[in-house]
Design a protein around this ligand. Sequence first.
Ligand code: ZN
Ligand code: FE
Length: 263
Amino acid sequence: MENSRVVVVDQLMDNYAYLVIDERSGVAGVVDVAEADRVLHAAEREGVRIVAILSTHCHFDHVGGNDELLAALPPGSVQVFGHRADAERIPGITRPLEDGEDFALGAMHGRAIFIPAHTRGHLAYYFAEAGAVFTGDTLFAGGCGRIFEGDAAQMMSSLGRLAGLPDPTLVYCGHEYTRRNLEFAAMLEPSNPALAQRRREVDMLLEQGGRTVPTTVALEKATNPFLRTQSPELRASVREQIPDVGDDAVSVLAATRLLKDNF
Ligand code: ZN
Ligand code: FE
């Protein structure tokens, strides 16, 4: 991470925007803008110039500030990334991306990872050199997003692609939902020691006014129920509440998501 740094910017009630800063050039991309003024203040405070908006998906709490941010910056100086399938719903988009497309941010290289299911055009932004991924409303710390425009099989494969990144990869997600997510996780896996420890750490962090981002791929694999459809304890808990759940991972994920929707 020596050539780059990530600055978290609080947005709305529990959203996060992120400045991804290339230290070598002093430029930054901002992942998901709901409130332009707070993002602009953060950029000013950090002494960086915003040259890109990296929209993960089209929901208002992630792109609602695009137009205002663009209006506040020199015309033509900011690229706006998003997935092609969400393009008509991402304000100001200049660069519709496909899965696997590379892009430059200053001297940094980013890659778009297509992870549909929350919306049909959801993207993650992965910076291999920095070891960081921005997952929007697909992979949360301790949970996953609701399936609005896809199905459980799609969510499974989208989550699988993120879980397949290197273990130490830092995961920056779109919302501070972690405490409630882990409460749900603990209901399904009460004997998971990594989960119990994480809950204690998260409670302490939040009590001190901290944030629970970033997390890591390794920690998510150890504690996030949506990445743990193979766990016998999780399966037994799910089956207790939804007796006719199928044996395959997608059915377990679908049932887990349903339980979370009603939690
Ligand atoms: Zn969303
Ligand atoms: Fe959201």
